[in-house]
Design a protein around this ligand. Sequence first.
Ligand SMILES: *Cc1c(COP(=O)(O)O)cnc(C)c1O
Length: 386
Amino acid sequence: MSKPSYGPHTRAIHAGEPDPRPAGAAVAPIFQSSTFLFEGHDAGYEDVHYARLSNTPTHDVLHAKLAALENAEAGLATASGMAAISSSLLTFLKQGDHLLAQDSLYGGTHMVVHKDLPALGIEVTTYDAAAPEALPALVRPNTKVIYAETMTNPLVRVGELDALARFGAEHGLVSMIDNTFASPTNFRPAEHGFDLALHSATKYLNGHTDLIAGAVMGKADHVEAVRHRSGHLGGSLDAHACFLLHRGIKTLPLRMERHASNAQHVAEFLAAQEQVVAVNYPGLPSSPSHAAASRLLDTCSGMLSFEVAGGRAAAYAVQDALQIPLVAPSLGGLETLVTLPAETSHVGMTPEEREAAGVADGLIRVSIGLEDADDLIADFGQALGA
Ligand SMILES: *Cc1c(COP(=O)(O)O)cnc(C)c1O
């Protein structure tokens, strides 16, 4: 039940389920056991089944479903998105190596790439994902990995992703992409030649704002190498969290349809309001990423940001007046969430750095949830009037 010919909803529900189903249970059970019996004296280390090694039956069914979502060869669940990202980078980079990293990265990844990796003797050069023609001048003999994000935070830009994967393949680099914002419903990195896709499964994959998890999908050899390294580093996912994530994934494509249609409606509404200076959503023809997103993504997902006239004070007023969204970091859950990047994700930057990154003081980031679009539009409308 993992034929790529099945549609995304069918795959999310049925792919990777155990056959036969244990005790006939319709839902794969949780094996809440840290260790498993060792089979015989001639068994080897690969026959050790231990939860930190991510090879229990509860992990196996989740891994198969994760792989099927992206038409990838293999999948791995991790203890968080950052465990997926740090374990993957530390699998393919060592002292003296060089990394090509996209110039805009999720905050936690930014810290790993620009602080932790250099401290281990790994060199980093940043590149603009919208300008892959500049890459040949940046690659070095010791370059080992090219790292990208499908959609950037908080401006929701989409780069020339297929060109990045192609460049990686031509230069023998391991290509990695953080696919959290798009989710496997909208972008399947393996189909575009990426070696590894990384996710914060805390976000859309789980979708219910109730657990921390990560995922790695991609080529079998690469995922196996990350699983092995993750066993050393210790970032494996507990069996109960595996079960919850597995349950959340079954509705991923259904949820993503609604996230995208709600986001498109809200983005169009915001773009027509005179108090709104700019709306960042690749589903709008005005977005600099509209062409790339139309070519690469199935829908534009549920993340948007908009800038209100009047700077930080005006953004506070709008945020305080909103009735439905919760004011909280994170994204990808059922509830609409809003944050002001200037005081959360980008607070560590100077005002000048923020301005260079396009993060204005009046910018509000929204993770559009699954509420009724009309209710969200009415709420943003009254808040803008406040
Ligand atoms: C949240 C997030 C992460 C980190 O994931 P955690 O599950 O919080 O560790 C990484 N990348 C992106 C794009 C994210 O949104």
